[in-house]
Each structure stands twice: as C-alpha cells, then as structure tokens.
Design a protein around this ligand. Structure first.
Ligand SMILES: *[C@@H]1O[C@H](CO)[C@@H](O)[C@H](O)[C@H]1NC(C)=O
Ligand SMILES: *[C@@H]1O[C@H](CO)[C@@H](O)[C@H](O)[C@H]1NC(C)=O
Ligand SMILES: *[C@@H]1O[C@H](CO)[C@@H](O)[C@H](O)[C@H]1NC(C)=O
Ligand SMILES: *[C@@H]1O[C@H](CO)[C@@H](O)[C@H](O)[C@H]1NC(C)=O
Ligand SMILES: *[C@@H]1O[C@H](CO)[C@@H](O)[C@H](O)[C@H]1NC(C)=O
Length: 572
C-alpha cells in the first residue's frame, strides 16, 4: 500500500521514525519507479509510443520542455540499472530488453549525425530522435561521456555472458560495439566536451571520470576475450585520465570543480553523480578515484549540499546537520533553478555507498580533509581511525544513515500521490516541475534504494591505482599532411606556414613553420595535424623581418580519420 503524502507528513509529525517513513516510501515507490522507467522504453513501454525497440525516451514530455528524444547518457545510465538488475538475478525478465538496447545502440553508433560519421566524431553526438534517426537541430555537441557510459553498460552485460558460457556473443556482437566506443574515448578524451547538463564546453569532471572507468573495464574485458591489441593504448590513456582527474580538486574551496570552463563556482551535482557512478567497493575509501567514502568526496558532498541552503526557500530553517533539497548547481537558472530529484537522491546514494564500505571495513577514517563533514555529527571529532568497537564508529554510522535518509525523506515529501517523478521540484513550494516521468529520475530512485539495501555493484578495477606523477596529454589521432605551395620568391625571401591548430602554431607568424625550397618554385613541408578536423591555414612570406600574409580567405582542409594527405596550393 502506498501512503499518501499527507499521511506520511502526519506520521512524521506524530514522531514516526524517519527511517520508517523512508522504509515505507521505498516499499511503495520502488515498483512505481521501476514501472515508470520501463514505460519510457520502446517499443512497448506505455509512455514511449513511436520509440523503436530498446530506445529510452528521456521523458514523454513534448512541450516545455520537449524531452521526447533519446540521449546516449541517460539511456546508458538507465540500462546500467536494467543490466544490474538482470545480472544480479533481481529480475530475470529483462534480458529481451537488454538485447533490444544492444540492437538500438548498434544502429545509433552507425548513424551519421552533426558530430560526424562513425569514424569521424559521430560517437560524440549526445541526442537522437526516438525512431533512431539523427537529430539535426543545433545543440551542445559533442558530449564525450555517452560512449563511455554506453560501454560500461555493455561491458557489465558482457561480463555476465562470459560467466554464463556465452563468450561468442560477446566477441561477435558486443566487443565490436564496445571497441568503437572505447577507441573514441581513447582518442578524444583530451578534447573539450559539453558537460552532462549540455551547457558548458570545456573539460568536465563527470566526463573524465566515466571515461577513465570505461577504459579500465574495457582493458579487463579485452584481456578476458583475447583482444589484447587494444590493451597498451587503453592503459596509456587510462593513466592519463586518472592523472587529469586529480586536477579538478579545489583544495581551498573543498570541492571538485565540475568544469574547467563556464565561469561558475564549479560546485555541481556532476561531482556527486561521479562518485556514485564510479563506485567500486573494492577500492575502499580511495580518493584517487573519489570513492563515495573518500575524504575528498565527503568534503565535496558537504560543500555541495550546503551551497543550496540559502538558495532554495524550502530549505530555510533546516539545520546544517540535516539533509536539504539540492539541484544541479547553485547558479542554475533553468526553470528559475530548482532542486532535482536525481540530484537529491544522488547525495543519499553516495552516503549509502560510503556506509556500505565503512561497515565492510569495520572502521571509519577521519582525515583533516573530511573532518568538517564528520563534525556535522560530532562537533569535536578529531582526525583518526575509529574502529567498529568504538562508540564513535557506531554513533557516526547511525547519524550518517539518518542524514542520508533525510535526503530520501525530502524526495518522499515532494513526490505526488501517484508516485510520478518529474525532473525538478519547486524551490519555493516543493511542487513537481519541468518534464514529467523523467526516466533518469526513476533510475536514480532505484539505484539509491538499492544502495540503501546494501547492493554492491560489480567492481571495475578502481582498487590499487597509482596516480602517475606527470600528466600527459593526448592530441588524438593525426594525419600526415604535406603542404605544397607554388610561390615565386625574390632573393632572401622565404615561405612559412601557420594555421588554426596547435601543430600549425595557432596563427603565430613568429613561430610559423619554415617550408623547404628543394623543389622551387614549389615550397613544401610535411606536418602531423589533427584527424577529423576542419583546419584553416595560410602561407606567409618573410623577408628581412617583413611579413606578408596570403590574401583572404584562409585556405581550408577537412582532414580524414587517418592516413596521409597532400595539399597543392598556389600563393594567393
Ligand atoms: C547469447 O546471448 C545472446 C544475447 O543475450 C542471446 O541472443 C543468445 O541466444 C545467447 N546464446 C546462447 C547460446 O545462449
Ligand atoms: C588535456 O590533458 C592535459 C594533461 O592532463 C590537461 O592539462 C588539459 O587540460 C587537457 N585538455 C582537455 C581539453 O582535456
Ligand atoms: C568548444 O571549445 C573548443 C576549445 O575551446 C573549441 O575549439 C570549439 O569550437 C568549441 N565548440 C563549440 C561548439 O563552441
Ligand atoms: C607555378 O605557378 C606558375 C604560375 O602560375 C606556373 O606557371 C608554373 O607552372 C607552376 N609550377 C608548378 C611546378 O606547378
Ligand atoms: C597534389 O598532388 C599530388 C601529386 O603531385 C596528388 O597525388 C594529390 O592528390 C594532389 N592533392 C590534391 C588535394 O589535389
């Protein structure tokens, strides 16, 4: 039986323990969330009419906002939940749906779109139409987390198939798809991306972290099925990603900066979502991968939660030791900036994951970094390790469980009587807002509830990683380009080349590359330039310090995915 909202509030007023309120909410909301999620998956979901088999509709909402599209990120997170439920034996009826997802994604991978074709950047496309055709409107693209998250969902299924004697399906069908996605990650992680909220074009913590995770899992799978040729390349870039990941930490602010661009504080739900979507209980409280119970991730959680206390009026008067409603980031103005269900549930999930590890380890370590977090529950707590026989351990476990339950209780309180979860709830009234039946909201409820119940996701290899001391970048794939220009020169005059990419010295006349006159009047140089890129360039003459540029417009070349090209120009 589902308790109506009013009844829950009455019970709470009458002093029913919060944990009981949360137990009751989970009992009633779990089947609703599961049904809500399945209703948004084609072809037979009741709210996804028009969606092809295996396509996840972000929300059935078609106006204000129109979310009747399929996003690779959302779909992959949703299917990770489905794959987990299937592979852990929670629901054996889901296999057909997983097979539909594999089919749909194999079509989408091959669908040319505004980000490119399969080998020329198309795997960075964030969003498609629900009939599996390309979405061609303008959008924040590329978004480089989708291919990583998709491979994580597929690898989790592949690992189950191998354990269950079906390695041939993995080698024949799943691996080719996974390799496309992971090659994309390997080659492109070091280029700018739109973040998971599709607003900021820079580097993004969530994207870097899920890319790192995907490559690590991919390496293990590749070794298991004998695809060893990818291992050294993936390993090199996984190391680079792990190194780069550390750079998002802002020690003075006490949080992970969500994006390297964007001109905001950088305090963002992005980071809490990262902790839960890269949780690996084998890694304990390791801070190199920002595990949920790591000191950095806990201080980050505190900073993030507190940033919304004065921003949303529904949080007013709530003491800092108690849960608050949280949204994407405090500066948010979308729908005037409100709490999100999936963000609030994400905080609860991070804390449940942390509790799981502390209980597993039978100890809690408080460091100077995490001390402010633990001080919420015991103001005089000192850094140190508190073992399971200490009263500090048991009192922290119980207070943190209460604090975590508080976030679910807020969501329970803001869930309408029919149990539907939209995207947001109003910062002043608490009423549901924006897209209805958001598939990701339902997925976030299911994963938070599972974490509270002690669900341990499959390890992805986060244990025992060492951060490299020097971070190397990865310029990505290049092509060898020979530039030939027919230019007649006078004595003492030489020809140089510069252009729009770093390997052409980014329009610098001073550092422009000198061409050889061995085949005069043809001047030549061969340079590695980025593949799959629209490159602009110009030749310049230099004569005793006098620089003369070619006339406008710039020369242009759209480089292929690999190989060599020769450009035959005449001085203009
Ligand atoms: C292997 O798994 C695939 C995908 O789920 C399935 O279609 C196929 O029937 C399985 N093969 C065997 C022999 O079980
Ligand atoms: C590329 O990697 C280097 C080294 O970690 C880093 O400094 C730089 O910010 C990265 N750039 C992007 C766009 O990822
Ligand atoms: C994103 O940023 C990169 C690096 O600054 C830039 O080259 C690219 O054009 C930008 N993309 C968009 C769509 O603004
Ligand atoms: C270079 O350009 C000049 C003038 O247009 C032309 O006469 C000559 O044939 C060209 N040389 C080569 C090698 O293409
Ligand atoms: C430039 O000339 C070479 C042979 O001299 C030829 O192979 C190549 O296709 C030419 N490139 C273009 C872009 O026409």
């Amino acid at each position: 039986m589902r308790l109506p909202l009013v009844f829950i509030s009455v019970l709470l007023c009458r002093g029913l323990a919060q944990s009981t309120v949360v137990d009751n909410y989970i009992a009633s909301e779990s089947p609703i969330a599961k049904a809500g999620l399945l209703a948004n998956i084609g072809p037979s979901g009741s709210k996804s009419s028009g969606a092809k088999a295996g396509v996840v509709v972000a929300s059935p909402s078609t106006t204000d906002p129109n979310y009747l599209f399929t996003w690779t990120r959302d779909s992959s997170l949703v299917f990770k939940v489905i794959v987990d439920q299937f592979t852990q034996g929670i629901d054996s009826s889901l296999r057909g749906l997983i097979e539909d997802f594999v089919g749909a994604e194999s079509v989408l991978q091959q669908t040319s779109n505004p980000s490119g074709a399969i080998t020329t950047g198309g795997l960075g496309e964030p969003k498609f139409n629900i009939d599996l055709s390309a979405f061609t409107g303008s959008w924040g693209r590329p978004q480089r987390d989708g291919s990583a998250l998709r491979s994580t969902a597929l690898i989790t299924y592949a690992n189950w198939l191998i354990k269950n004697g079906n390695a041939s399906f993995v080698s024949d069908t799943l691996w080719p798809m996974i390799q496309l996605d992971l090659d994309y990650v390997q080659n492109n992680w070091n280029q700018s991306t739109f973040d998971l909220w599709e607003e900021i074009n820079s580097s993004s913590f969530f994207t870097t972290a899920v890319q790192h995770r995907a490559l690590r899992q991919g390496i293990t799978l590749a070794q298991a099925i004998g695809q060893t040729s990818v291992v050294s390349g993936y390993t090199a870039q996984a190391e680079n990603l792990l190194c780069f990941l550390q750079s998002y930490w802002n020690p003075s602010g006490g949080y992970m900066t969500a994006n390297t661009g964007g001109g905001r504080s950088g305090i963002d739900s992005n980071t809490v979502l990262t902790s839960i979507h890269t949780f690996d209980s084998d890694a304990g409280c390791d801070d190199a991968t920002f595990q949920p119970c790591s000191d950095k991730a806990l201080l980050n959680l505190l900073t993030y939660v507190n940033s919304f206390r004065s921003v949303y009026s529904i949080n007013s008067g709530i003491p800092t030791s108690q849960a608050a409603a949280v949204g994407r980031y405090p500066e948010d103005v979308y729908f005037n900036g409100n709490p999100w269900y999936l963000s609030t549930l994400g905080v609860a999930e991070q804390l449940y994951d942390a509790l799981l590890v502390w209980n597993q380890q039978q100890s809690i370590m408080v460091t100077p970094t995490s001390q402010p977090f633990f001080a919420l529950f015991q103001s005089d707590i000192a850094p140190g390790t508190y073992g399971s026989t200490t009263s500090t351990f048991s009192s922290l476990i119980s207070s943190i469980k209460d604090y975590a339950d508080g976030f679910v209780a807020i969501v329970a309180d803001r869930t309408p009587a029919d149990g539907g979860l939209s995207e947001q709830f109003d910062k002043n009234t608490g009423a549901p807002l924006s897209a209805v039946d958001l598939t990701w909201s339902y997925a976030s409820a299911l994963t938070a509830f599972a974490a509270r119940g002690g669900f341990v996701p499959e390890s992805w290899g986060a244990k025992g990683l060492t951060v490299p001391s020097i971070c190397e970048n990865n310029p990505g794939p290049t092509v060898s380009a020979t530039f030939n220009v027919n230019a007649t020169t006078v004595m003492g005059e030489n020809i140089f080349l510069t252009g729009s990419v770093a390997s052409l010295d980014t329009w610098s006349p001073d550092n422009a590359l000198a061409l050889s006159a061995a085949n005069y009047p043809i001047w030549s140089i061969t340079v590695d330039i980025p593949a799959n890129t629209n490159v602009e360039y110009k030749y310049i003459r230099k004569n005793n310090g006098v620089i003369t540029w070619e006339s406008d417009p710039n020369n242009e070349v759209s480089t292929p995915a690999s190989g060599t090209i020769t450009l035959n120009d005449s001085w203009r």
